[in-house]
Structure formats: structure tokens, C-alpha cells
Design a protein around this ligand. Sequence first.
Ligand SMILES: [Zn+2]
Length: 464
Amino acid sequence: MHRSCRWLLFLAAATRLWAQAPAPVDLIWSARYVVTMDAQRRVIENGAVAVSGDHIVDVGTRADIDRRYRAAQRLDRPDAILTPGLINTHTHAAMSLFRGIADDMNLQDWLQKFIFPAEAKNVDREFVRWGTRLAALEMALSGTTTYTDMYYFEDTVAEVTKQAGLRGMLGQSVIGFPAPDFKTPQASLAATEKFFQAFAHDPLVIPAIAPHAIYTVPDDVLKQTRALANRYQKPLVIHLSETKAENDEALAKRKKTPTAALEALGVLTGWTVAAHGVWLTDDDMAILKRRDTGLAHNPSSNMKLASGVAPVVKILGAGIAMGLGTDGVAGSNNDHNMMEEMDLAAKLQKVTTGNPRALPAQQAFEMATITGARALHMEKLIGSLEKDKRADMITVSLTAANAVPLYNVYSQLVYALKGADVRDVMVNGRPIVRDRKMLTLDVPIIMMKAAEYQERVKKSLGMK
Ligand SMILES: [Zn+2]
């Protein structure tokens, strides 16, 4: 054989060997079941996910993934379910320092008599920093990887979110009265513009503007919030049709539902996430569908404040993306536990429609993952375990008494497993919880600060 021919054969053989050699990746996580939430809704028994940098490289059986990739680090959980990270589409994280401050009253009394005065007396930048740290800890430990926030000092919320390693769509509040951070809507708008610029290309934070609601923000300011959001192509987050009182007031004052009024003002002409939608009419749903507005359903909050039951089956049936949220924990929940929201969302639809088939477990789990991602307009990045998406995922342990036996993974996730069963959490390719230990935050200091604030808040309100 000619020498160059032999050389070519050698090269071909070497290439074949090289092609079969496992490719290096940063991490492999494997589990008994991998629930992908991809378009086919594949559930892979003895599955694994390969991750490099911030993204998913491959998803498959553990045998296939181990043949194709060699990981610098690996985590094998043969007794757990691996799922996409949970997406909380509506909350007010820093309010966790007001947890349970005023329970068992209606929204208007709760807001006007307790929350607004308590905020006026206590909320400053440090309060927001520690409240958000407490919420981030609680959210991460119960499997939330992305959350949507509406509050004050949102640049500090963004700092804490990055420090915790969570992903956030974080809305700087704009409201029609002096707020804890800014005394006028104009000052809030100016600060929001700076916030948009500071976090324009952040890998974890999407800055947003958060006009509180149609009944707390003047019309001209609402228009300005939309214009600013659109100028920077950032989201606008808002409360919408939460209570019957809100709808009745809009109908009396404007002869329009809150949704129709926002539409008439042009507020829905862009990237929007609206929380609640309890009192939406068919016409409202048609508007939201046309505008591709995402919605956040908050079953705990709606039940606790007796706001009503959002027509979730109808909303999803109309093709509107509706995710799940915890809302704030000051009196409208009182925790940040998405496992609970899935369970309640499913059961609440069954009770109100009289149909046990309404909102089955898989659909409830979709709301907490891929449909929630669609509601945030982030479905290209998160919400499912697929190649090239961001590596946001959790393992949920199957070792507790409430976790066995297992016949259907969705049923287990929605109706049996709890937030405390979450064992590991990764966001953007970075493990932030390992074996139920928070890796990114100093837990004892957060707990100490929570106790300190409890005393300070009680004193400020003259509570014993
Ligand atoms: Zn809210």
C-alpha cells in the first residue's frame, strides 16, 4: 500500500475513535425519572441531562448521556424526579418580612388598613434587601428557579436575586401616591429607566416596570409606563381584575372592565404579564389573547382573600398563557411554595366547575413550568428541559412516605409531593441548592434578621 494511503486510513480510524469519545461537559445530573416538558412531554425513565456553561447540551437516558459525555461534576439521584425549575409568575418577595401580619380580611381593608401603613413605616432599601433574601431562600428551597416580582427598590431586589443565583423578571413599582422608594410617579418612572439601563443585558435579571393596578395609578401615568417599557422592549407587569370591587369600580367610573379600560389606554400594546384575572369576561379574554398578554393565577391568594376563582380552564382553553404565582406572603398566601399552588389550582377548578376532570395534574404542572414560561414570554429560554435552553432544573426526592408508591409522575408532583421534597436546584447551569442546603446565601444571618424585623415591625404598628 502506498504510504499516503496508509496515512489516510490511519486518519480515518482516528477520527472515528475521536467521534465516539465522550465529549466534555460541565455537569451531568441523572434521576429515576426526567420530566422534560418538551413538545412531546417526554418522561425519561433512568434519564439524565448534560449541561455546559449556562445551557442544556443534551437530554436522554442515563446510558446514552454517559456514553456521549464526560462530566467534570455529576449528581446521580436514582431516587428522585428531575424536572424543569418551577416558575412563580407573580409575587412581592420583600413582603415576606410581613408574613402573616394581617390575616383573614378582604383585600381593600388589608391593603388600606394594614399593608400600606406598615409599608410606609418600615419599607426602606435594607428592609427590601433582607425580605428578598428571605423569600429567595424559601423559593429556592421549594424548587422555584424563576420568579416575577413587583415591589419597591427593585434594583436591590435584582442585586439579591443575582446573589442568590435565581432568575427574575423584576418590576419596579409605579403607584399614584408617595411610595417607600419614590414620592411621585415621575420619580419612579425616571428610576425605572435607569433600572432598565443597568440590567439591560443581564443573564439572570429581566428588569420590568410595574404599575400597581388600574385603580391605584392615574391614566396618564399608565400610558407613560407602557411607553417606557416599549422604548426599552421590557415587560410591564400589573394586577388585573383581582376582585369584584375592582371590576365594579371600573364599570361605574369608566363603563368598561379593567381589561377593556387598559386596552383603550393602550397599556396592553407590548410585553405584558397581568396577575389574577379572576373577574375576566369573554370579551376581556379575547383582548388578552389578541395582545398575547400573559397571566398569573394565584390560587392561594384568591382563596385566602376570597377574591373569587379565576376561570382558568376557560382562559387556557382560549389559548392564553396562564402560569402560577404565590402572590405576596403578607396575608394573601402566606408562603412561597409553588408545589402547593399547583395542587390548589387543580383542585379549585374541579370544585368550581363541578368536574373532576378539569385542570388535570399534567396541565397544572405545565402551568408551573412551560406554560408559565410562555406567560412570561420566556419559553425560548426556560420552562422545559431541552437542548440549548438555560439549565434551570430541580430534583424532587422520592424517599418520603408521601412519595411512594409512584404510578404517575405528574400525579405525584402535583398532588403528593411537597416543597420540602425538593432536594437540588440549578439555575443557569449553577447549582444553588444541594441536598436541601442553600449554597449561595448565608442562612443563619437571614433568620436572625427576620426575627429582628419582626420586633421592629410590631413596634412600628403598636402591636404587642
Ligand atoms: Zn400581587
